[in-house]
Design a binder for this molecule. Structure first.
Ligand SMILES: [Zn+2]
Length: 414
């Protein structure tokens, strides 16, 4: 088996950062210790660099099948590799929507053939597919679309929702926003899903928190059953500035709000009320985005920029690099049950992001890997960038160069 020795770097975990070498055999981390010598191993010089567990992005839309003019599993996974993301969980609102075991199996087969990083897929709740939801094997959870959404996946019926919560045991991922509530433009936090989660003791993961009110609500309902994620765009962009600068490019669902909401999200993240940073990578072509509102679609790309954006926040002192590793790797791995992921320890999978915390570069320098070819952060100077990404013990991307022979594997869910 091939051996790779990452030598002279600083290994980061949620508990801190310390100098250590990492010896990898095949796709597994064999040893993490100071001063490892191994004659047989290929050496990757990490002096001056930090080694983070590869990012697990719990929320992406890679658009395959059916919408591959925006993105596909090859281009999306290349963008992941260039951004230090070694595992992704894709959402079911493709065409056709991923609502059956057969369709999920098809997506997994597509990813096995072309994804450079590790993958798994949420199954979508739809009318009449309860049996499929509960029979599907090895997936992170069920996505229930409650907000204004897409392709026959919208569940706005309380009886149906209760049916989903009361049967089966897997994690349920929801938007905090409720369609009826959104229509009434009332408080966005009265989602019935937290109550259902408590009643049926069912794991609930709340996607893309975007408002101060939601964080208050979640703080009141803190507990082992409920977890939540925030996106870099809700943490870092705010209106009206983002809309003046980006126009419809800044249009997302849920929307980018005023600065006080971003501040509340940061507070919740630092307090552990939000445990994960996920991108909600939702690419659309520039042509589509430049249509006049409301014809313009909602969503922004994110997998290529999420880690550098958060490392830049660490460089500015808003958080630590250890917290970035917790929010982007360790917590999503634990909360979604991704076996062998999220930590740099002996026996874990060798999925790693080697980063240079001092490297300063503008977003978009050297182009984009995402097929949509743009970013809401274009031109922004960030400090802290990935320099190499390792998937299954192999260097898949290094300083802009890909090894396109690398393939990710299906993430095992425990
Ligand atoms: Zn989404």
């Amino acid at each position: 088996m091939t051996r790779l020795l990452i030598k002279g770097g600083t290994v980061v975990s949620s508990r801190g950062a310390e100098p250590a070498d990492v010896l990898i055999e095949g796709n597994t981390i064999l040893r993490v210790a100071a001063g490892i010598a191994d004659q047989a191993a290929e050496v990757l010089d990490a002096r001056g660099l930090h080694l983070l567990p590869g990012v697990l992005d719990s929320h992406v839309h890679f658009r395959e099948p059916g919408l591959t003019h925006k993105e596909d599993l090859a281009s999306g996974s290349r963008a992941c590799a260039a951004g230090g993301v070694t595992s992704f969980f894709d959402m079911p609102n493709t065409r056709p929507a991923g609502t059956t075991r057969a369709l999920i199996a098809e997506k997994k087969a597509l990813a096995a053939g072309k994804s450079l990083v590790n993958y798994n897929f949420f199954i979508g709740a739809a009318r009449g597919n309860l049996d499929e939801l509960n029979a599907a094997k090895n997936l992170p959870g069920i996505k229930v679309f409650l907000g204004s959404s897409t392709g026959g996946l919208l569940i706005d019926d309380d009886v149906l929702l209760e049916g989903i919560f009361s049967q089966g045991s897997r994690l349920i991922a929801v938007h905090a926003e409720d369609e009826a509530v959104m229509r009434e433009a009332a408080s966005r936090v009265s989602s019935p899903t937290v109550a259902l989660s408590e009643r049926y003791r069912r794991r609930l993961h709340v996607l893309h928190l975007s408002s101060a009110e939601e964080t208050v609500f979640l703080a009141e309902h803190r507990g082992p059953l409920v977890s939540a994620e925030a996106t870099p765009h809700h943490l870092l962009l705010s209106g009206p500035e983002a809309y003046e600068r980006l126009g419809t490019l800044a249009q997302t669902n849920p929307p980018i709000r005023e600065a006080r909401h971003g501040q509340a999200l940061w507070k919740a993240l630092l307090a552990g009320i939000i445990q994960c940073v996920a991108t909600d990578h939702a690419p659309h072509t520039l042509e589509e985005k430049r249509r006049t509102y409301p014809e313009s679609p909602s969503g922004v790309p994110g997998v290529e920029t999420a880690l550098p954006l958060m490392l830049d926040q660490a460089a500015r002192g808003r958080c630590s690099v250890s917290q970035v590793a917790a929010w982007m790797s360790e917590n999503p791995a634990r909360l979604l049950g991704a076996q062998g992921k999220g930590r740099i320890e002996a026996g874990m999978d060798a999925d790693l992001a080697l980063v240079d915390l001092k490297k300063s570069k503008r977003v978009g320098e050297g182009g984009y890997q995402t097929k949509c070819g743009w970013s809401p952060y274009d031109g922004m100077r960030l400090t802290g960038w990935p320099v190499a990404t390792i998937v299954g013990g192999r260097v898949v991307w290094r300083e802009g160069t890909f090894d396109l022979t690398v393939r990710g594997t299906e993430i095992k869910i425990v």
